[in-house]
Design a protein. Structure first.
Length: 297
């Protein structure tokens, strides 16, 4: 094993006659790897050298060099893969798998379907994810992050907007989190969110992530409710946690509607909530303003 230059990775292996050498296909996509096959000749110290250039015959098979009839020493030189390339390749795999799962579902889509969508060989994909389940977990973690981020960003606003506007903001952020992810012309992210929520019923790892994320969101929104109360915009006769859970449930329900019944503008949610908030509660609370009342400008 040796290194000619820091920019190159040199790999070697001794192979038996008729052995098939499998070369890692995950190299820089624009680089043409050069393979030096140094052929040892029996009963002689003389060496014969040949330079072989190879390309992958198809996206389903990595490039291969077949060595026949002699015991051989193989040296392959290829550009060292940068961290940026590794990150971009992982992103490519996740994006392709997300499109495939959004279209067909986590369990109806096979790993072959995923590979066709991505356009990479099995070896290139399995370097990053050892199984379809591992891919699903990685995608679910990203979905949790996007949804939780939308809720927590809304809760950090100071002063917070009225609840109807706040919830419409959250739903709008979630709906546009993956604006480019579309299946048959429709936004596919709400359906992916619903799939991930369903998947937590069978996967304990995902369930733990969901529960922790929900606890974090609920805590942030309890603080939001406290802010409404401090501003005199919300009654204080109901536990803040009950109000926070209800507001989160409204946003989650509207996201589920997007997946099940088609797209609707967040304005629909805002207008509906505004009408509900304007209804008299039937209980006098002179110390607090009505929930639907805006603060004076």
């Amino acid at each position: 094993m040796r290194r000619d230059r820091p920019s190159e990775a040199v790999v070697g292996a001794v192979v038996e006659p008729d052995a098939e050498l499998v070369v890692d296909p995950d190299v820089e996509p624009d680089a043409e790897p050069v393979v030096e096959a140094v052929m040892g000749v029996p009963r002689s110290r003389e060496l014969k050298r040949r330079i072989v250039r190879f390309t992958s015959p198809s996206s389903d098979h990595p490039p291969r060099l077949l060595v026949k009839k002699e015991r051989s020493f193989y040296v392959g030189r290829m550009a060292r893969v940068s961290q940026e390339h590794l990150d971009a390749r992982r992103r490519q795999i996740l994006d392709g798998a997300t499109r495939c799962f959004a279209r067909s579902g986590f369990h109806a889509a096979s790993m072959q379907d995923v590979l066709r969508e991505i356009g990479l060989s099995p070896g290139a994909v399995y370097r990053y994810f050892s199984s379809k389940d591992e891919l699903i977990v990685a995608i679910a973690e990203e979905v949790f992050r996007d949804v939780r981020g939308a809720f927590e960003a809304a809760a950090r606003q100071s002063p917070p907007p009225p609840p109807d506007e706040l919830l419409a903001q959250v739903v709008g952020t979630v709906m546009t989190a993956r604006d480019g992810l579309r299946v048959d012309g429709r936004a596919a992210f709400p359906g992916l969110v619903l799939q991930v929520w369903t998947e937590t019923l069978r996967d304990e790892r995902l369930a733990a992530l969901l529960h922790q994320g929900f606890a974090d969101m609920r805590g942030a929104w309890v603080r939001l409710v406290d802010g409404y109360r401090a501003a005199g915009q919300m009654p204080d006769d109901v536990p803040a946690d009950h109000v926070a859970r209800t507001m989160i449930a409204v946003a989650q329900g509207f996201i589920a509607q997007q997946a099940l019944f088609g797209e609707a503008s967040p304005d629909v949610l805002r207008d509906g909530l505004r009408a509900l908030m304007a209804m008299p509660s039937g209980r006098a609370n002179p110390s607090s303003k009505a929930l639907g009342e805006r603060p004076a400008s």
